[in-house]
Design a protein around this ligand. Structure first.
Ligand code: ATP
Ligand code: MG
Length: 432
């Protein structure tokens, strides 16, 4: 989202012959182009002076090995101030591809040359690259989780945070599975609790049945045991039993659906969305004994491959995505990578080449827990997001507010005339 209109745009083609063609041009809709220097944020001043000066560009491209006097220079076609810094659109030189621009060394060199902390490179269309000079992180401040009851719940678009463009970050819970990876302290808990907050009203209404596997021994989700969650398992044996039960239910549903000719189950109070949340999934896929490991893989594999149509969804969180610990990533239509320690882990979550397409989970700061990159089937781009911040108090509130009414265990005789304050020593109207 742009906070200020396009500042300047330059036309021109192959640089060597084009110098005389370079000129200032007013963009449509911009009544009064801002005088570039005056309104320029101070940390973008060096960059602004470079991109608006052909002579400086002619020095920069050879220095960065992105052009030369012999082969010609890339062509800056537009530069715009944005909320996070400056967006520079560049027409690549013939023969160049995104790879020439979007590699760690070149991005780093661009950042130094423009004197900004970070340059993000993407290719909006063939032949062009976008250089995003980042001076402001729009996700630096986290949004608190809030009560969403008033908005109703769309189980296919559950609000769990914000995107870097200030949109609401929504996750598909119904007919989808979600993989969530992040190092310790990266904010997995916030994502999971934001998700619970987002589906909360539907839990309360009996349309979502949440089952938790919390191998950390209940530390993270214990407060919702027997209240927000219908199942709560903390050790390998009970987690496997819980998964086996979900598989059985899924198979029963699928059999019924086949008979009735239903392709997709719409959750109802009788047949709610079964949401299986597995925190620290790695502890089962790698640390449990061999038989348990196999059984865990088999059961989650079944839920992941057949559960969607039957409204059985899996959300699996893990710290260390590796060959050993990772369930099959292809089976998760939505994959979230929070801060990760290694570039290879980003590839485990988002696939080979994901870093080059912008998902750099290993570069997320420790100071911004909840920040991550989301990849979804059907899109190649990644969205940078931050989960709502859920404190312990918020989690208590979520449990309090959205736990379904408990079965009525109160005495069944008629005590409606009983007034506990009435000690029989005064006359007065009875509290009914
Ligand atoms: N969106 C957020 N904004 C601000 N702080 C956050 C956010 N998400 C998490 N935090 C804080 O970061 C810390 C770690 O978060 P969290 O417990 O969710 O991480 P985790 O990935 O679940 O870690 P672990 O793997 O150790 O369980 C907590 O103190 C939490 O309050
Ligand atoms: Mg956690």
């Amino acid at each position: 989202m742009m906070v200020s209109p396009d500042l300047f745009i330059m036309g021109g083609s192959a640089a060597v012959t084009a110098f005389t063609l370079w000129h200032w041009r007013r963009l449509d809709g911009v009544k009064q182009p801002a005088p570039a220097a005056a309104s320029m944020p101070v940390d973008l001043a060096p960059a602004a002076s470079i991109v608006t000066d052909a002579a400086q560009l002619a020095l920069m491209w050879p220095a960065l090995k992105l052009g030369s006097w012999e082969t010609g220079f890339p062509n800056v076609t537009a530069a715009t101030l944005t909320e996070s810094g400056m967006l520079v659109e560049v027409q690549m030189l013939g023969g160049q591809s995104l790879k020439d621009w979007n590699n760690d060394a070149t991005r780093d060199a661009l950042a130094h040359y423009f004197a900004v902390p970070e340059v993000v490179v993407s290719s909006p269309s063939p032949g062009f690259v976008h250089l995003e000079l980042r001076t402001v992180d729009t996700l630096a401040v986290s949004a608190p989780v809030t009560d969403l009851l008033a908005y109703g719940v769309d189980l296919e678009a559950v609000p769990v945070g914000v995107t870097e463009d200030h949109d609401v970050w929504q996750l598909r819970v119904l007919y989808g599975h979600i993989l969530l990876a992040g190092a310790t302290g990266s904010g997995k808990g916030s994502v999971l609790w934001s998700l619970l907050n987002g589906v909360g009203p539907a839990i309360k209404a009996g349309l979502v049945d949440v089952r938790i596997a919390d191998p950390k021994g209940g530390a993270e989700f214990g407060r919702g045991e027997d209240r927000l969650f219908t199942r709560f398992a903390v050790d390998a044996a009970s987690i496997l039993a819980m998964l086996a039960e979900a598989v059985q239910e899924m198979d029963d549903r699928l059999a019924r659906m086949r008979q009735a000719g239903i392709r997709k189950l719409v959750p109802s109070v009788d047949e709610p969305l079964v949401l299986v949340m597995i925190d620290e999934a790695a502890s089962l896929s790698s640390y449990a004994d061999r038989d348990e490991r196999e059984e865990f893989r088999r059961l989650t594999g079944l839920l992941l491959s057949k559960g969607r149509a039957a409204a059985v969804s899996v959300v699996a969180a893990l710290q260390d995505p590796s060959k050993e610990t990772m369930p099959n990533r292809q089976l998760f239509p939505v994959r979230i990578g929070l801060r990760l320690d290694e570039p290879t882990q980003t590839a485990m979550v988002h696939g080979q080449g994901a870093r080059d397409r912008g998902a750099r989970c290993d570069e997320i700061s420790e100071h911004t827990p909840g920040v991550g990159y989301v990849g979804e089937d059907g899109t190649t781009a990644f969205v940078r997001v931050r989960a709502y911040w859920v404190t312990d108090n918020d989690a208590d509130r979520i449990v309090e507010q959205y736990s379904p009414a408990q079965p009525d265990l109160s005495p069944q005789a008629d005590y409606s005339g009983f007034d506990p304050d009435d000690l029989g020593d005064e006359q007065g109207p009875l509290a009914a």
